[in-house]
Design a protein around this ligand. Sequence first.
Ligand code: NAD
Length: 253
Amino acid sequence: MTVSSSAPMAPATLAGQVAVVTGGARGIGLGIAQRLAAQGCRVAVWDLQPDALQGSGYAPELALRVDVGSSASVQAAAAETEKSLGPIGILVNNAGINGPVKPVAEYSDEDWARVIQVDLTAVFYCCRAVTPGMQRRGHGRVVNVASIAGKEGMGGIAAYSAAKAGVIGFTKALAKELVGSGVMVNAIAPVITETDLFREMTPEHIAGAKAKIPLGRFLQVSEIAAMVAFIAGPDCSFTTGFTFDLSGGRATY
Ligand SMILES: NC(=O)c1ccc[n+]([C@@H]2O[C@H](COP(=O)([O-])OP(=O)(O)OC[C@H]3O[C@@H](n4cnc5c(N)ncnc54)[C@H](O)[C@@H]3O)[C@@H](O)[C@H]2O)c1
């Protein structure tokens, strides 16, 4: 039996695809960028501090200074990336900030707004800038980096928890808008991972987070990168709107 379709063929491999990784200059994003590059992607890193790449031993094909919390900055970066590297096939919305660890009663308007802007609104800006082109071409993969905090909610980081829960909801909604277009939109929800984000957290917060992971250790950046490479790749062909867990057995829902 033959199955005919008027939809364009999806790429059979990651090789040659243009992948944007926001916040890819260090930490988890750097690991994702390196992994996608190792599988043949032409990677563009969009980061507030692209200079952080120096000394990492990794040079992406393109590194742009971008504030993902600025609509204009994101639109300019999308245009420059497509001009330099060609159509964007993969978008990894990874840039994020933790914000201060404080109870809601002590949280300032400014801190709340900054966390929501960088962790949630930026995901909307990047998807709005990039997915219409994917839709026109009939293929694309979006991977949004949420967090276990977005599934469970964590005291002391209510703004972060709310933003990441928003990312999960946004991922479901956009996936439904684009379903059938060849553009898959998924998220990941990692538990605590040892990166520079630790600098903004108290030792008590870090110890408490580790104690909640049944596997009894922190998640490795390479494990996140491997999952992102799968979600962004051709083998993830029947899943959209889903949040993939990286929780060491903690979240089984
Ligand atoms: N580290 C963890 O334990 C953990 C757990 C779950 C989810 N996450 C999520 O993973 C992502 C990466 O976290 P990380 O630990 O690698 O953080 P990190 O602080 O090590 O790196 C974040 C990167 O994002 C960039 N960035 C920050 N604000 C930006 C902006 N406005 N525009 C562009 N770039 C910006 C930074 O310059 C940096 O390069 C975040 O979305 C974070 O919420 C982290």
